[in-house]
Design a protein. Structure first.
Length: 224
């Protein structure tokens, strides 16, 4: 995978899937635990469903590590499933397996909206942290404008997850929550991550002299 320009010679610490096979693989991996929970919970109850989901997550983690996925990413996914499992066991009902979805999406919405209100778009902060946004764009108003738009789109994404999820949750449909999470929430989240990476890379990609596009454009502007 071609690495983005970071402005300091270091490779970014973030990688995203860039082929259809990679995207499909990530979706299948993410769906393994919820699908296992749905099948087991319907027959033996939420407690056994939660344990089975955690076991499925551990198996997926082993496979992902074997094919070279980063330990921090694999561990994060497994901890997230554990969070879901503890929620289902703690509340003693199947739909509680998805309470973490409200926490994650709600937190994401609050962070994005708050960052826009204080003038520091969340996507800009994150992209600089993971070295996707190069240091050469620091202070560039076009970079800030780009990230305001991206953060606004992220805010809309969180809302699009929360509203239907809340409706299906109120219907107490574990199958509906599983389908919604697997075929809408997770794919759209993954696509939004890819969109963010693509937008930032295209705006900051190096030109022939190695200077990022936005920086070159700024330098070519006539001075008063």
């Amino acid at each position: 995978m071609t690495e983005p320009h970071t402005g300091n010679g270091r490779k970014p610490i973030f990688e995203h899937p860039h082929r259809a096979a990679d995207i499909a693989r990530h979706i299948v991996d993410a769906a393994a635990a919820p699908a296992t929970f749905l099948l087991v919970e319907a027959r033996w109850g939420p407690e056994w469903g939660a344990l089975a989901a955690l076991l499925a997550a551990l198996m997926v983690a082993g496979v992902r590590r074997h094919r070279g996925d980063r330990l921090i990413v694999v561990a994060g996914s497994t901890v997230l499933v554990a969070f879901h499992s503890v929620s289902a066991i703690g509340f003693g009902e199947g739909r509680a397996f998805y309470i973490p979805e409200f926490v994650i999406n709600g937190s994401g919405l609050v962070v994005c909206v708050a960052s826009l209100l204080i003038g520091r778009p969340a996507t800009e902060v994150v992209c600089r942290k993971i070295r996707l946004e190069p240091a050469t764009t620091l202070g560039d108003p076009r970079a800030r404008k780009r990230h305001r738009r991206l953060t606004a789109i992220w805010s809309a994404l969180w809302v699009s997850h929360l509203v239907p999820f809340a409706y299906v949750y109120s219907m107490d449909s574990v199958a509906g929550l599983t389908l919604l999470g697997t075929f809408f929430n997770k794919p759209t989240l993954l696509l939004m991550v890819i969109l963010t990476v693509v937008v930032v890379r295209r705006a900051t990609r190096p030109l022939d002299g190695g200077t990022p596009l936005e920086t070159r454009s700024r330098l070519q502007q006539p001075r008063n």
